[in-house]
Design a protein around this ligand. Structure first.
Ligand SMILES: [Zn+2]
Length: 299
């Protein structure tokens, strides 16, 4: 049946359509801010962000401010989660994770993680860790901004972990909260997502969780070649299952996908700095991972 629409109804529809457009626009990824965050977090001022150092503390101060600015709520009452661990010299050391959340329509949780610590200063050279892992940390901030504007289905917890380079210490401390962990349905870990001259990004972990591969195969990846693998136990060193913070979640039986690139010439070198990051690949990589988060949020 065809009915002629009244001018009033047309006006209402028009305003509604405008509203939709505005909302979609609002939910775009702020890649300019992403690059600025990458620049600041990997700057010399942060002195390589080694856990327990002044540079690490400066990076944390920056993140605390940015978590708040982008609208993340403190996690369990605070953005700062302190933990202690025994370092490789056998000393007790303190680390501090930065954690915030965006409330979803349900209380079940997806934890999105990256580590903000890196190697510090060695032989007077600053190891800036731009790819490892300022890239993942800056992406967290962009996603907080995005999901603060468009409410997700799951509650998203954003964790910038400390002391990853000392043995995944921040992540290991985090997953010990067994009451909270009951609500966690999966971990999405970002560690080294910005450096590839072949536009290649890995989504590792589908060997353990094949059902997640189907989801990832359906997402828009643009210029990025999204690859699978680096997750079979028979791959030895090339098995990344225990290579970064997702291992802590895996050890608790939680599903994970780890996004990262192949080791490259700047890996754990002082040349892993802002100037050597291919910005277009980085932005595309962050967009691709956003599409993955959106798809996982629909599960
Ligand atoms: Zn790393």
């Amino acid at each position: 049946m065809y009915t002629k629409k009244s001018p009033l109804l047309l006006a209402v529809l028009f305003v509604f359509a405008l509203g939709c457009t505005a909302q979609q626009k609002q939910a775009s990824l702020n890649t300019e801010q992403l690059i600025e965050d990458l620049r600041v977090i990997s700057s010399d001022e942060m002195e390589g962000r080694r856990a327990g150092t002044e540079g690490n503390r400066k990076a944390r101060e920056y993140l605390l401010q940015r978590f708040e600015d982008e609208g993340a709520k403190p996690f369990q009452g605070s953005y700062e989660h302190e933990f202690t661990f025994t370092n490789r010299s056998g000393e007790e050391q303190t680390g501090v994770n930065v954690i915030g959340q965006v409330q979803g329509k349900s209380d079940s949780v997806i934890v999105i993680t990256a580590h903000y610590d890196h190697l510090g200063v060695r032989d007077s050279l600053i190891y800036n860790g731009a790819d490892d892992d300022a890239s993942g940390t800056a992406a967290l901030l962009a996603y907080i901004d995005y999901f603060h504007q468009v409410q997700p289905n799951h509650t998203l917890v954003f964790a910038a972990f400390d002391a990853e380079e000392m043995g995944l210490q921040g992540a290991r401390a985090f997953v010990e909260d067994s009451v909270f962990m009951e609500k966690v349905v999966m971990n999405i870990n970002l560690d080294m997502i910005s450096q590839s001259d072949k536009n290649e990004l890995y989504a590792s972990g589908t060997y353990h969780h094949p059902e997640l591969k189907t989801v990832l195969e359906s997402i828009e990846t643009g210029e990025v070649k999204l690859l699978f693998g680096h997750d079979r136990p028979d791959q030895g060193y090339d098995d990344w299952t225990n290579a970064s913070d997702h291992a802590a979640f895996h050890s608790k039986g939680k599903r994970f996908i780890y996004f990262g690139v192949e080791d490259h010439e700047h890996y754990h070198q002082h040349t892993d700095e802002f100037e050597t990051i291919p910005q277009e690949f980085y932005k595309n990589s962050v967009r691709t991972i956003l599409n993955a988060i959106l798809a996982f949020d629909e599960l």
